[in-house]
Design a protein around this ligand. Sequence first.
Ligand code: IMP
Length: 179
Amino acid sequence: MQRVTLKDKTFVPYISSDKISASVYQMAQKINSDLLNDMPLFLVVLNGSFMFASDLLKEINIPCELSFIKLASYHGTTSTGVVTEMIGLTEEIKGRTVVIVEDIVDTGVTLEKLVTLLTKKEVKQIKVATFLLKPDAYKKDIKVDYVGMEIPNDFVVGYGLDYDGLGRNMKEVFVLDSK
Ligand code: IMP
């Protein structure tokens, strides 16, 4: 793997394709056995999760469904200011087992908003699957059920993750060069 420059920043190789594949495969096996009888709905959070979700779902061999959502934030008229809305969900999810598929959980703010929105829809249970988790940054109580890899509090790109819109297409993960 070569160093890559995206706009004003340089990134160095961090997680190889082989390591990514192995961790995704292991996660899929665990989900296959845990949710065998649940007919889960995988809820893929765009944009960052598209590559991870594609690889993960290829290894899922239990009956399941798949849907893609986006979180949209805007300044509403409520006293709390910013309102977060989930867009793209057309399936009826009441009473379902929903697996949130995330690229990365950092502080957990995004995850918490999503879980709040799903809870209002009376799902049966929510499971969380993330490719990457930054445990030192994660401040929430929501259980992250499936974690591909834990990483330090560094900024990474590739495998769906972007820096200012760039780098999502890279098939390996790069980390910001500290030099
Ligand atoms: P959180 O709400 O702090 O958990 O952050 C969630 C979102 O921030 C992720 O879905 C990513 O879009 C973005 N993010 C957090 N850390 C990184 C990173 O290291 N690289 C790229 N995006 C990141």
